[in-house]
Design a protein around this ligand. Structure first.
Ligand code: MN
Length: 222
């Protein structure tokens, strides 16, 4: 049975999932990847990235690969390992798969600011989820992250009330498991201040400093 989304979509989004992404950006000016059409690559080995983005407001962009694009949410305060924390995650436009490797400075235009690859790895739907696309359409995705900083089970839950003319709002919540850190609140985002890809700080990325060859960066790269 077809699920109709509970909120209106840009008509452009149904035809080309990346139409909104392309419409917001001038690729002659931004260093962000243009990306091709959404690829029909089969699921199985799905990637995720969390990008720390110092735009007009600092946030953390969670992007989950699904059906050839990166489904994306802007997590205002960043993820928390404490299951008691419900972190607001505003749904944003699908991004091209290439975006998971983007780190750098967007000088002007949409999203102007510095972008850091704050975490990355693979993800999978939780065992009880048959169809992650359908789970997202229903507004509740249980999933497992295999990242450097984020691991274990997580929930994305879409809130029923949606502010007028605004993107759908979700909550990102750590599930109870061996990877939870009750009571730690925002400690992870306060302490993890470097790129997992290049070891650079936000200031170093903004200044286009070279990647650090630190052990923590070299180790464990998949
Ligand atoms: Mn962003």
């Amino acid at each position: 049975m077809a699920h109709s989304p509970a909120y209106p979509r840009d008509s452009s989004e149904s035809a080309d999932p990346l139409a909104a992404y392309h419409a917001k950006r001038d690729f002659s000016r931004t260093p962000e990847p243009k990306g091709g059409a959404a690829s029909g690559k089969p699921r199985g080995s799905l990637r995720f990235v969390v990008q720390k983005h110092a735009a007009s407001r600092l946030h953390f962009d969670l992007r989950l690969e699904l059906d050839g694009v990166l489904k994306s949410w802007a997590v205002t305060k960043g993820p928390s390992l404490d299951p008691a924390d419900k972190r607001l995650a505003v749904e944003v436009e699908d991004h091209p798969l290439e975006y998971r490797s983007f780190e750098g400075r967007i000088e002007s235009g949409y999203g102007a600011g510095t972008v850091m690859i704050w975490d990355e790895g693979r993800w999978e739907p939780a065992p009880e989820v048959d169809d992650p696309a359908e789970a997202l359409a229903r507004g509740n995705l249980k999933f497992v992250l295999h990242g450097r900083r984020l691991r274990g089970g997580w929930d994305l839950v879409r809130m029923k009330s949606r502010p007028k003319d605004r993107r759908p709002q979700w909550l990102l919540i750590k599930r109870h498991d061996a990877e939870e850190r009750p009571g730690e609140g925002g400690r992870l985002v306060e302490q993890a201040l470097t790129s997992v890809r290049t070891g650079r700080t936000m200031e170093e990325i903004a200044g286009n400093a070279p990647a650090r060859k630190s052990r923590s960066v070299a180790a464990g790269r998949s």
